[in-house]
Ligand binder design. Structure first.
Ligand code: ASP
Length: 404
């Protein structure tokens, strides 16, 4: 039964690409199927984020425990994001994709602006209902953590109705998610077919693999090295467990990330699969929502590759200090990017400005971003799951095996 589901999932991706390329108008007409799937996922995202974070923090029982997990997550996220950027810088310097593209003008007209000040200001919502209504995930997370910590800090009878309510809501939301997961193959197929069709069908695939082929290959190699070699190696180093067995247990989440290009929309699947794969609930429920919004290894790697690629195609020679600027700004830009499609393109302005590359250059890579966005989102989600796996195992070893 499990094998058959895997077959359906892989079949869904292949059929999606073929249908989008060969039958674009049919794919567009049936796009509503994918939209239904995406809507169903988005419907549970914010309730699940709030309930799971609050539940996790309540279960931690002390602020000290929160600090332990929070500090580990912060250190681990920073370390792996930095590794991702370094991998990006190395592959783009080796492949030099920019030398095969000469930049003449640009068709990029979108207004892009991003500043760190805006990001910091948006962290604390003055109106939580507005943040919910506008699907602003990061402020919702910050508000939930603050409210939950306040509850944790007051001296009260711990067996309150609130505990039970949260537990029950959590279980119901995960049940709902498992129903949505059973439709992944169809949803993924429709989303991919519609996107390929919307990008122009077969010619879009040609651009992907021919015109900007070297650039696409550079990004894919970097993502592959980070996602399937570096991160698994770190997981093995910290846990002594087989990383590929974890990866195979969470494949639905990776596929959903590929189909939706959104870490936030994928979050319900990520959480449900990670808990099923044995990651402690307390850790999964707290770190995964946070990771989906701030820990983006794939995006960080991508930003470094794209910025240096554009510098190469503009003929700009980068100095050592400019590489350092790419390193720092790509890390920050990945933290600042929301877990939604193509958010990384907007925050990339920060990286480009830091090394003096014209931001219109983004127009060139726009043609293939729909595909690369999906690939980097899958690596973003994988990074979150592996981080949760590492932290979960470390805590298990520290506390002795406590039931989750
Ligand atoms: N789409 C990515 C995500 O949701 C963000 C990005 O554009 O890089 O993880």
């Amino acid at each position: 039964m499990k094998d058959r589901f895997l077959l359906f999932m892989v079949g869904g991706v292949v059929v999606g690409f073929v249908a989008g390329a060969l039958f674009p108008s049919f794919s567009l007409k049936t796009a509503f199927v994918g939209e239904l799937f995406l809507n169903a996922l988005k419907m549970v995202v914010l309730p699940l984020i709030t309930v799971s974070i609050a539940n996790a923090i309540f279960k931690m029982e002390t602020v000290e425990r929160f600090r332990q997990i929070g500090v580990r997550a912060f250190l681990y996220y920073t370390f792996t994001t930095a590794l991702a950027v370094i991998t990006g810088i190395v592959v783009v310097s080796l492949f030099k994709p920019g030398t095969s593209v000469s930049l003449t003008g640009s068709e990029f007209h979108k207004e892009v602006s991003f500043s760190l000040k805006e990001l910091v200001l948006s962290l604390i919502p003055f109106n939580i209902f507005k943040a919910f209504a506008e699907f602003d995930v990061l402020p919702v997370i910050v508000a939930t953590i603050l409210f939950s910590l306040a509850f944790l800090s007051i001296d009260w009878n711990r067996k309150t109705i609130l505990h039970q309510l949260l537990d029950e809501l959590d279980a119901a939301l995960l049940k709902l998610t498992s129903w949505i997961i059973s439709t992944v193959p169809v949803g993924v197929c429709s989303l991919i077919a519609a996107k390929v069709a919307q990008m122009g069908g077969a010619p879009a695939l040609k651009t992907l693999f021919v015109s900007l082929g070297v650039y696409v290959l550079t990004v894919l190699s970097g993502l592959f090295i980070h996602g399937f070699l570096t991160l698994p190696f770190l997981y093995f180093l910290f846990t002594r467990k087989n990383p590929y067995s974890l990866i195979s247990k969470v494949k639905d989440a990776l596929l959903t990330a590929f189909a939706t290009a959104s870490s936030s929309a994928t979050f319900p699947v990520t959480l449900s699969r990670s808990i099923a794969a044995g990651i402690r609930r307390e850790v999964a429920e707290f770190t995964l929502p946070l990771g989906a919004t701030v820990n983006m290894d794939g995006t960080a790697l991508y930003e470094a590759v794209a910025a240096i690629f554009l510098a190469q195609s503009y003929g700009i020679k980068l100095s050592l200090s400019q590489y350092l600027a790419v390193f720092l700004t790509a890390t920050l830009a990945a933290v600042g990017a929301a877990g939604i499609p193509e958010a990384g393109l907007v925050t990339m302005v920060l990286v480009l400005q830091s090394i003096g590359v014209p931001t219109e250059g983004i127009g060139i890579i726009l043609a293939v971003d729909w595909f690369l966005d999906r690939c980097r989102t899958a690596v973003n989600v994988l990074g979150d799951i592996i981080a949760a796996g590492v932290i979960s195992t470390q805590l298990e070893e520290r506390d002795g095996r406590v039931p989750t």
